[in-house]
Design a protein around this ligand. Sequence first.
Ligand code: PBG
Length: 317
Amino acid sequence: MRRLVAQTRLHPSDLVLPMFVIEAAESRPIASMPGVLQHSLDSLRRAATEAAEAGVGGLMLFGVPEVRDATGTGATDPNGILNVATAAVAAEVGDAVVVQTDLCLDEFTDHGHCGVLDAAGRVDNDATLERYAEMGLAQARAGSALLGLSGMMDGQVAAVRDALDAQGHTDVAILAYAAKYASAFYGPFREAVDSQLTGDRRSYQLDPANRREGAREADLDVAEGADVVMVKPALSYLDVLADVAATSPVPVWAYQVSGEYAMVEAAAANGWLDRDRTIAETVLSIKRAGADAVLTYWAVELADRLTRGQLPGTDPR
Ligand code: PBG
């Protein structure tokens, strides 16, 4: 009876797995994200195949380069780690799963900011748009199907869309991190990408105090041509997610970020939370609030449990 009347269901295809790739022969664990790896190219390929076999809808790739500079040259270099990894994964999984790439400079700059800096050391919004346009083209050429614009520069969706269209990449889609808040929950991610950042991103990411601003940012991104809009983090921003979902003409996704993952894993490791139930409840709640799909580091595990019919209140395939 509960299954018959359940209003929200999870399915493997509405889960997207974020993955990290480094320039090393061996993969490395991320201490603050137990179970998540910085992949070598080989282990990335294997894990991508596993994820596709588990039935997840997409993979979101993050590159962690060895060398960084002021403008993030590695992001636009066809031989840069993210572009090489994208081509490798796209060749491996084909159309079985949507290959997506993080489009942001923070992993590639030696100062760790999401954009380039002006003479005064501030993030230069419009100069960054030019780099994003180049980065979008490099990722499209590498085989990314969906570009995840996570840098929060004003005008980034239009800048990348225009560049893609001008070069004939009309079928490459844009996922706009529309409502991305300046959050403490990104803590473990900074370890995952060996972040060089000192300071914070509050001059370009949203203030956690502001609800209306989230929906406004989503509207702007849709007007600029976003194919999907995202709210991030997820669990602390379900009100924003519900607002965006209520009016968005395009799919709305949410990112269950590194700190949300670490929090549950740490509590579960101490025996303070029932790990499996907590994971299922958080992702189900994010969908209930309005997400059409969820980026989560538990994507493969959840997809496997769904396929085996082991999630209460959810749909076996
Ligand atoms: C920026 C980016 C970040 C995350 C995804 N893309 C970090 C930030 O904005 O500080 C965080 C993801 C997570 O915490 O899981 N490229």
